[in-house]
Write a protein that binds this ligand. Structure first.
Ligand SMILES: [Zn+2]
Ligand SMILES: [Zn+2]
Ligand SMILES: [Zn+2]
Length: 350
């Protein structure tokens, strides 16, 4: 454990990517815990669920029938939050107080695998490679459409994160405007590049490798670490070692390595509390607004809510809603715990 004094007293840390602060209160990890500590029940595996709208051969709401797919299956979301042909807003008087804009877009669902019971952590790496290829194809295809300026790929895993269906899948929301999170990251990466002449996340990665306090795992092409400014207890950031802006710029070696690092990260997460670990995961990559974006460095964020057991989660309430996010366990301790876990999924242990 690092013994620096500043790591033992309350402090706040700055995230240069989104320019937000997080309050770190390491001394609070001593406080007694009176909450729930129960372990969640394991449910028996169901490989095909006749009531699942994502399983092969089943009929979805709206009458569409899924094919008997045997790999990755992509379709337009039946309940899309965005539509491709929304008309412009002409009947709202716009002023400084009341502003609205048309937001056109496309929402898709990507099933990772026909097996209802699988997760990224328990899929074969070669099957995750097919998912990475599908993400790449979707980023390319949707990004090429002139009205699409950003392609957000994300996975909500687990009921705790509001995932409505456990079948392994993710969503793609492609939008007319760059949403706020990547828009801020674009601004900060661009300003960093203008000032320093280098890439913010390349520099971050180099420093993290030197310090080697917050690294969780790595392969030839990617490093997973708990960022200095992590908000969620076991939040991780997956950085490509090469400076690439998007999936479309990756070669086959990098895509395979991305599949491998995602399996490593999700396996360690599951092993932490021996439960299928809930999270929201997603990629941040170059906008598809037909401008070059040399400032963009491809990365994945994992935002998992669990704090101290399979059922005890962190809530963003009180001071966090009104002031700023706060954490007790330091990012360095979280990284140390994740680093110490096995790469072999707990369900495969003898
Ligand atoms: Zn299913
Ligand atoms: Zn970079
Ligand atoms: Zn990001």
């Amino acid at each position: 454990m690092p013994s620096s004094t500043w790591l033992q007293v309350p402090h706040r840390r700055f995230n240069p990517l989104n320019r937000q602060w997080v309050l770190v209160s390491p001394h609070r990890t001593q406080r007694p815990w009176l909450g729930e500590v129960a372990k969640s029940e394991e449910t028996p595996a169901i490989h095909y669920n006749p009531n699942c709208y994502l399983c092969p051969g089943n009929t979805r709401a709206g009458g569409h029938k899924n094919p008997q797919y045997d790999g990755v299956f992509v379709f337009d979301n039946d309940y899309a939050a965005l539509l491709p042909d929304t008309p412009p807003i002409t009947d709202l008087p716009q002023d400084d107080l009341f502003r609205a804009e048309r937001e056109r877009g496309i929402c898709r669902v990507i099933c990772f695998h026909p097996d209802h019971d699988l997760t990224l952590a328990r899929m074969q790496t070669r099957d995750i490679e097919r998912v990475v290829d599908a993400w790449t194809a979707q980023y390319r295809e949707l990004g090429q459409q002139p009205e699409i300026r950003y392609v957000q790929i994300f996975e909500n895993r687990g009921a705790m994160m509001g995932a409505s269906n456990p079948h392994p899948h993710c969503q793609v929301w492609a939008t007319e405007h760059v949403p706020d999170e990547p828009r801020m990251e674009q601004l900060t990466q661009k300003e960093y590049r203008d000032i320093h002449g280098t890439c913010m996340l390349c520099d971050t990665l180099q420093r993290e490798i030197q310090l080697s306090q917050r690294i969780v795992c790595e392969n030839e092409e990617f490093v997973a670490l708990v960022p200095f400014w992590a908000v969620w207890p076991f939040e991780t950031l997956v950085l490509s070692c090469r400076h690439v802006g998007s999936l479309a710029e990756m070669d086959q070696t990098q895509r395979a390595a991305l599949a491998e690092i995602l399996k490593q990260v999700t396996t360690r997460y599951d092993n932490l509390f021996e439960v299928s670990f809930p999270y929201t995961m997603g990629f941040h990559q170059s906008p598809t607004d037909s401008s070059p974006h040399p400032e963009w460095h491809f990365h994945a964020h994992f935002y998992p809510p669990l704090l101290r057991s399979a059922t005890v989660r962190k809530y963003m309430v009180g001071f966090e809603m009104l002031g700023m996010p706060q954490r007790d366990i330091t990012p360095e301790s979280a990284a140390e715990r994740l680093r110490g876990l096995s790469n072999l999924h707990y369900t495969l242990k003898q």
